[in-house]
Write a protein that binds this ligand. Structure first.
Ligand SMILES: NC(=O)C1=CN([C@@H]2O[C@H](COP(=O)(O)OP(=O)(O)OC[C@H]3O[C@@H](n4cnc5c(N)ncnc54)[C@H](O)[C@@H]3O)[C@@H](O)[C@H]2O)C=CC1
Ligand SMILES: O=C(O)C(=O)COP(=O)(O)O
Length: 618
């Protein structure tokens, strides 16, 4: 739920605001015929990525915008390539709007040669939409639709660079994936697949396939999002004791299902069964490895319906061989299909070929969800499930660009100040501005704050289009407050403050008098600066990385801490000291080019007058 004291950012309000580029009839070729859902007065939007708009903002090139629109609408029937099996209802919807080419099992070369004739591409997890595909599209490809959740097979950076919108279908296969996890859990516990194979080989091995019971056992759900919570509900029905680890899941959602949120180590060391439901991100890649397997209870059973890459497959093989992991049930693999995989052939592994989303119902659901999103995008509508593209007029972004950067960095800083295990539920953004509220659209800045907060903990790409949607899905309440500033209305914002309430902080001095994490920044000389942390005023450029350090306010502290960094080859780019009362406590904000190693950070912590410190990546 987004609470706002400034104009709301509902889908309809976006059409009224200057972020939209109104569709000018002079852009249209004379042969253009208006699709039935539109009248000439319907606003159209160009899908421009942040990157592209930032580039465009420096040297606006509206003629290329006109030619983009021209190419979108020069043919009343666009061409959509569907490269993997899609449900009929979705295909019918696509066919009513476009020429649809269903070509399954294309080789990478065939995909590249077809793509320059297509306006949209619809894929599932089996098609690699890499940079070569965007290059081969020669600018014609406008939209990639992922008929499912995970977008790790689409090169989002390349899509963004090539100005191609990527949309997905994030909700329609949740239940199917959860049901598959439960199916694998039960099949594994009772050796269903192995016993079936043995019978088909003419055997009758009742003693060999004695299973384990699920009732009363502890199941740890790793990633308590859409699929994870549905698995939890079902496992409770089986009489299991369910715990979950998800640093960012709200505790009340877990409580409502009767699930306790616990730390990663607690979860893996106490569980009899572990079911994985986190996205594949740089943080979760191979998070199940030699070290983490060694902390597990001997004889644990693991289910993976998320992504193969969250497990180090060699480490899992060793853990299975040593008996640390008694059994694994795997639907997903680092390489799909896996080649000569020892895991797949292991007698204690139950494997399925990425079937989590493969039910008739889910496939019809995702097909319709993705067809609507792709058709809507080709028609220029905003998409609630766009993953990489905001729609912002270049002239608006040109003014907002430095605030966009500031907003993302403030979000990133604020989330890193939250102590592990605190679920973030409520974020408040306070804008100080001299502008009339009607002249101040905060959607992009707010979107970037949400991006800064959520992106490090999720595989979602957040932008103007999807920020509210993702925040809502994550149970994150964003409220905004406008405070009048007696400054120049020439600048959209005097300052931006991000507050996170009801959480613990790993740096207590970041807490304001109201006990919320609070960071404030301003744009100075065109660059983002951090100007306040908790109750302490500072002034440091937000570049590289940052060390925040609270110490007793006494002479020589800058020299001591700066000296430690210098002696350890860490270059200090900026430094600022703020204090509340002379001689009491002070904060040092130190910008550093490199990340100091652990021993350097420990030396800072060992300085007697240093009371607390934290390292923050920007
Ligand atoms: N096998 C299949 O066919 C299917 C696989 N999936 C996969 O399942 C996964 C989950 O999907 P959804 O539940 O729809 O996504 P979601 O975004 O609703 O949930 C993911 C959860 O993981 C949490 N998370 C992020 N980093 C974490 C970390 N380091 N440790 C623990 N939790 C962390 C997030 O806070 C979030 O709550 C995705 O990877 C998706 O691609 C989804 C559908 C079908
Ligand atoms: O939605 C997801 O993330 C899935 O993994 C489903 O993949 P699929 O569409 O069945 O290839």
């Amino acid at each position: 739920m987004i609470a706002s004291t400034v104009p709301s950012s509902s889908k309809s309000s976006i059409n009224l605001l200057t972020y939209a580029t109104p569709f000018k009839s002079s852009f249209l070729p004379s042969s253009f015929s208006i699709p039935p859902r539109f009248s000439p007065s319907t606003p159209r939007f160009q899908y421009l990525t942040i990157t592209n708009v930032l580039k465009t903002a420096d040297s606006p090139n509206l003629s290329s915008t006109a030619s983009n629109l021209d190419s979108i609408f020069s043919n009343s029937k666009p061409t959509i390539l569907v490269s993997e099996k899609l449900g009929d209802a979705g295909l019918d919807l696509l066919k009513s709007f476009a020429n649809v080419d269903c070509s399954y099992n294309l080789s990478p070369d065939d995909l590249c040669s077809k793509i320059s004739m297509c306006d949209a591409l619809i894929v599932r997890s089996g098609t690699k939409v890499n940079r070569q595909v965007f290059e081969a599209a020669k600018g014609r490809l406008k939209v990639v639709g992922r008929a499912g959740v995970g977008i790790d097979n689409v090169d989002l950076q390349a899509a963004t660079e090539f100005g191609c919108l990527v949309v997905n279908a994030p909700t329609a296969n949740t239940i199917a994936a959860a049901e598959h996890a439960i199916a694998l859990l039960s099949a594994m516990a009772r050796n269903v697949a192995q016993a079936d194979a043995s019978m088909k080989a003419g055997k009758w091995q009742r003693n060999k396939y004695v299973g384990v019971s699920m009732v009363g056992k502890t199941l740890a759900i790793m990633g308590f999002g859409k699929v994870g919570s549905e698995v939890a509900r079902r496992a409770k029905g089986l009489g299991m004791h369910v715990v979950a680890h998800d640093p960012y899941a709200p505790a009340d959602r877990a409580r409502a299902i009767g699930v306790e949120l616990i730390s990663f180590d607690q979860a893996i060391s106490t569980a009899d069964f572990i079911s994985l439901h986190m996205p594949l991100t740089p943080t979760t890649s191979k998070v199940f490895n030699d070290e983490t397997f060694s902390k597990m209870k001997k004889g644990v059973r693991i289910i993976n319906v998320a992504r193969g890459g969250v497990i180090d497959e060699d480490a899992l093989l060793k853990a299975l061989d040593s008996g640390v992991v008694a059994q694994a049930a795997l639907d997903v693999f680092t390489e799909e299909p896996p080649k000569d995989s020892k895991l797949v052939h292991h007698e204690n592994v139950t494997a399925t070929p990425h079937l989590g989303a493969s039910t008739k119902e889910a496939q019809e659901g995702v097909a319709v969800e993705i067809a609507e999103a792709v058709v809507g995008a080709l028609q220029g509508e905003l998409s609630a499930t766009a993953v990489n593209a905001p729609m912002v007029a270049p002239e608006v972004l040109s003014e907002l660009a430095p605030y966009v950067a500031l907003a993302e960095k403030l979000g990133r800083l604020a989330v890193q100040l939250v102590a592990g295990g605190s679920g973030i539920k409520s974020v408040k953004v306070v804008y100080r501005s001299a502008r009339d509220p009607d002249d101040l659209d905060t959607r992009l800045v707010r979107a970037m704050i949400v991006k800064g907060i959520i992106e490090p903990i999720s595989d979602s790409i957040i932008n103007l289009v999807n920020a509210d949607f993702i925040a809502k899905q994550k149970g994150l309440r964003i409220s905004e407050e406008r405070v009048f500033a007696n400054s120049s209305p020439g600048c959209p914002f005097d300052s931006i403050q991000v507050q996170i309430s009801n959480v613990k902080s790993k740096f207590a001095s970041a807490l304001s008098d109201n006990d919320e994490i609070s960071v404030e920044g301003r744009v100075k000389y065109g660059t983002p600066h951090l100007t306040r942390v908790g109750s302490f005023g500072v002034d440091v450029s937000l570049e590289g990385n940052l060390i925040l350090c609270r110490q007793v306010d006494q002479p020589g502290m800058i020299g001591i801490v700066g000296g430690i960094l210098g002696m350890n080859n860490v270059n200090v780019s900026f430094m600022s000291v703020g204090r509340t009362v002379r001689g009491k406590k002070a904060i040092m904000a130190i910008g550093v080019d490199e990340e100091p190693d652990k021993s350097t950070l420990k030396k800072i912590g060992d300085v007697p007058a240093v009371e607390e410190f934290v390292f923050l990546g920007l």
